[in-house]
Write a protein that binds this ligand. Structure first.
Ligand code: MN
Length: 349
């Protein structure tokens, strides 16, 4: 009799074991490092830090970003650290090992799927999300209590470099890690900010991370187009359920009129949470598709801490997505208005 069960998306390898596996890599073999589509501060920060650590140990590393990196990446990373799938394609030669940080979901690894399929023994995941696809990698470190992937990534860098404390990390490794922590916690304001998050942040500042420079780089370098896009999103605001639920939507025409790109939507879902009565907020954006393809939308959802807080991970699970209890997302092959109905239904039931 055979029994089948779905493998849980949980930790199967310690950071020590992952460090040992990376150390054991032959110096002629390439370690591919990748993260989720449209990488954010944590995705970039944790991958850059680990790549720089491995390179400093003489390892051959190939970093790859997919789906359009943020514009500040040019400030953070050298050209060799800014390879994109769109411009550079998959690494050549093919990596002997893939290290994926800040995701473990097929849906977030789109263009990498052919390279990763059927080779779970040579894929390692370091993540902090509640959901993922366990079959991608045999060795997974999923720290669901970590505020950012940068937390386990910092531990990996520390162990690889044989340091006692993260305060001893070289500044070029400490700074991207700080960026990951800061951006995934909304600059240490969100509920995922724990004592361990702040202790690591303190260590990284001690190591030389310049937090005010990073803040200006990330939060004070918007384009006019982004501000015009925010205006259009706020103009679309609808409130439901006694003003507890906020929904905003952006069409492709909104992006065009604002002179904005899809990379300009970061933080939009947080904005409606400034309304006292709002408990959960969703932003739905129309995505560009090839001619003849079904419509595609992206949903970004946030919720506020407090009594009877809405678990937007559960809500997004109903829509085929997921993430965290306070920050989650999904994609749907529907029109904007169809998605709006489904989002509302999922939030109200
Ligand atoms: Mn993250």
């Amino acid at each position: 009799m055979s029994t089948s069960r779905v493998e849980q998306y949980d930790t199967t390898a310690s950071i020590d074991q992952i460090a040992a596996a990376l150390r054991a890599m032959n110096d002629t073999e390439t370690i591919g490092i990748a993260t989720h589509m449209k990488p954010d501060g944590d995705a970039i920060g944790s991958t850059l830090a680990v790549a720089r650590t491995l390179r400093s140990l003489g390892k051959r590393v190939s970093l790859l970003y997919m789906g359009g990196p943020p514009r500040w990446l040019e400030t953070m990373a050298t050209r060799a650290e800014r390879n994109t799938f769109e411009e550079d394609g998959l690494p050549d030669p093919e990596p002997a090992l893939w290290l994926i940080l800040d995701t473990g979901s097929w849906s977030q690894l789109e263009q990498l799927t052919p390279a990763l399929t059927g080779r779970s023994s040579s894929v390692i995941i370091i993540d902090h999300h509640l959901q993922g696809d366990a079959p991608i990698a045999d060795r997974r470190h999923v720290d669901k209590d970590a505020a950012a992937a940068a937390q386990p990534a910092a531990e990996l860098c520390r162990i690889l470099l044989g340091l006692k404390s993260c305060s001893q990390l070289p500044v070029e490794i400490a700074e991207p890690l700080f960026l990951g922590l800061a951006t995934d916690t909304g600059w240490f304001r969100h509920s995922n900010t724990k004592p361990a998050t702040l202790r690591l942040a303190a260590d990284l500042i001690e190591a030389g991370a310049n937090h005010s420079r990073l803040y200006a780089m990330i939060e004070q370098s918007d384009t006019v187009g982004r501000l015009r896009l925010i205006a259009r999103a706020l103009g679309s605001l609808e409130l439901f359920d006694n003003d507890r639920i906020a929904i905003m939507k952006l069409s492709l025409a909104d992006f065009e009129h604002a002179g904005a790109s899809h990379g300009d939507t970061g933080g939009l879902a947080d904005m409606a949470l400034v309304i006292q009565s709002v408990r959960a907020s969703a932003v739905i954006t129309e995505q560009a598709v090839k001619a003849g393809a079904p419509p595609l939308t992206k949903i970004s959802m946030r919720s506020k801490e407090g009594p009877n807080a809405i678990d937007v991970n559960e809500v997004c699970n109903k829509l085929g997505g997921g993430g965290h209890a306070r920050a989650s997302g999904a994609r749907m092959t529907l029109t904007l208005d169809q998605t709006r109905s489904r989002v509302l239904e999922a939030l109200l039931t």
